[in-house]
Design a protein around this ligand. Structure first.
Ligand code: GRF
Length: 233
């Protein structure tokens, strides 16, 4: 199965870069292509990264951010859409037409710390203010509401006593860069799908070499300690 992906981004585009690097490293080069990068900001790092790679890059005007987005996506033959730090609401024309083929990454364990206005450092400020010990990253299908679509994958990230919003953001972002390409690849290949009942079928492969973080393994006292309580991590 192949997939032509559009990545929508507003900011620096580090998740876009992680996606590009991931698909570059795959043996099967024909399988999946980032065929379009679109941004609501002309001066975004994501647009720069796309142009450097020779990937078609579009700076979306007001019409293209709303109903006109469908025509752009269709014009580039887009089959799968990945939101990567895209801060605008995605028009319902798009979320309906690409239902089950549009995904987002969010820097918290949804449904906590998501929704309108929860983006960037605000997410991590809210996590720290709540005093939770674990945050994380979530990849989910996108529906008509911010950060509410069915969850595909999550990965925990410990919150340390000395964390600032910035240090926590960096730790979560590093996980996003691993988790998001894996989840996107699984959706692209049809290993993860969204059923008519709104439930997710299948799961992405866990990241390689993360035995301690294997959520399928039975936790032991030492693995829990290593994951969440080790003061020397
Ligand atoms: C990421 O934390 C993502 O989860 C959030 O916005 C940030 C985007 O970072 N939605 P980048 O533009 O991919 O570097």
């Amino acid at each position: 199965m192949t997939a032509r992906i559009a990545v929508l981004a507003s900011g620096g585009g580090s998740n876009l870069q992680a996606i590009l690097d991931y698909f570059d490293a795959l043996d099967d080069v024909s399988a999946t292509t980032v065929a379009l990068v679109a941004s609501d900001r002309a001066a975004s790092g994501a647009i720069d990264r796309a142009r450097t790679r020779g990937i078609p890059a579009v700076s979306l005007d007001a019409t293209q951010r709303t109903g006109g987005m469908v025509g752009i996506l269709e014009g580039h033959g887009i089959e799968l859409i990945a939101l990567a730090g895209y801060l605008r609401f995605v028009p319902v024309e798009v979320t309906r037409q690409w239902r089950g083929r549009i995904v987002n990454v969010h820097p918290s364990l949804l449904p906590s710390f998501g929704g309108a206005g929860m983006y960037g450092l605000r997410v991590h400020q809210a996590v720290l203010a709540a005093g939770v010990r674990v945050s994380g990253a979530t990849v989910h299908f996108v529906d008509e509401e911010y950060d509410r679509g069915p969850i595909i994958a999550q990965w925990p990230v410990p919150v340390t006593p000395s964390d600032t919003p910035g240090t926590l953001a960096d730790r979560v972002l590093a996980v996003e860069h691993v988790l998001y390409p894996l989840a996107l690849h699984a959706v692209a290949e049809g290993r993860v799908t969204l059923g008519d009942d709104g439930r997710v079928r299948g799961a992405p492969e866990p990241p390689a070499g993360c035995a301690t973080y294997s959520l399928s393994a039975t936790p032991t006292a030492s693995s829990v300690h290593e994951l969440f309580l080790n003061p020397n991590r």
